[in-house]
Design a protein around this ligand. Structure first.
Ligand code: COA
Length: 143
């Protein structure tokens, strides 16, 4: 099947562009989009920011990950423009992120409630002993 999107690494992605794609994906409801300083730190502290753009250059998907490029890669944010859902962008962004981080590294993520059936569908394995120590909560900073 044709995949009419370009995948790129975009380490300089701006906070405004990131928030915009979060909003168009609906993930903005679960990320601190009202705190641009925090969003900026999330971007600049990430090891891998991968994007998908359509033929006009419009940003239609993003993956933001932290990795040591060797052992583990935490894919924190995966967001696809709602108008481009189910076109293979999410799956390709995960594969691209895993490739860029090095396939030797295990890719780890926490699912948003709306995506709990998505990850097993595309072949990710559920881990029975994953634990978190939540940070201080604000109203929109959760997974
Ligand atoms: C979840 C999300 C990233 C999926 O991206 P996408 O580009 O639409 O997904 P893909 O096109 O890669 O889908 C691949 C397959 O999964 C299926 N799929 C897509 N979304 C699904 C969902 N929510 N539940 C179950 N299956 C899903 C597709 O139908 C497709 O199936 P097929 O290969 O049998 O045809 C996207 O819906 C999104 O951005 N959602 C809002 C933000 C969010 O929840 N992000 C995850 C945060 S952890």
């Amino acid at each position: 099947m044709e995949f009419p999107y370009r995948l790129n690494l975009e380490p300089e992605l701006t906070a405004a562009a990131f928030v915009d794609i979060l909003r168009r994906s609906t993930l903005d409801q679960r990320r601190p989009v009202h705190d641009l300083g925090r969003i900026e730190r999330m971007l600049r502290g990430a090891a891998l920011i991968a994007t998908a753009r359509d033929s006009s250059g419009l940003l239609v998907g993003v993956s933001r990950a932290l990795t040591d490029f060797s052992y583990c890669t935490y894919l924190s944010d995966l967001a696809v423009d709602q108008q481009h859902w189910r076109c293979g962008i999410g799956r390709r962004l995960i594969e691209f992120t895993h490739d860029q981080a090095g396939r030797q590294a295990t890719l780890i993520l926490l699912s948003a409630p709306a995506a709990v059936n998505y990850y097993p569908h595309i072949g990710l394995q559920q881990h029975p002993s994953c634990w978190t120590l939540p940070g201080a909560r604000d109203s929109d900073g959760g997974q």
